[in-house]
Design a protein around this ligand. Structure first.
Ligand SMILES: [Zn+2]
Ligand SMILES: [Zn+2]
Length: 68
């Protein structure tokens, strides 16, 4: 059913997941989310372990890659 599919997508959008490893950050201390420094429209979400490990991320909106 198309309606059910839409509901699932909305549920996924509501839960923030790390952009690098895909883990939900809801209960992860030290995780962060911030607007992309370049385009300012995409919300970058990073979990604590990816921040500590300086795991690379790429903004799907503009292609900006960090953390540097
Ligand atoms: Zn992560
Ligand atoms: Zn961006």
């Amino acid at each position: 059913m198309p309606g059910e599919e839409l509901q699932v997508m909305q549920d996924l959008a509501r839960e923030k997941v790390c952009i690098s490893c895909g883990r939900p950050i809801a209960n992860v201390k030290g995780s962060t989310s911030f607007k992309c420094p370049k385009c300012g429209s995409y919300e970058i979400v990073r979990c604590e372990s990816c921040r500590r490990g300086a795991v690379k991320y790429v903004c799907p909106n503009c292609g900006f890659s960090g953390p540097n």
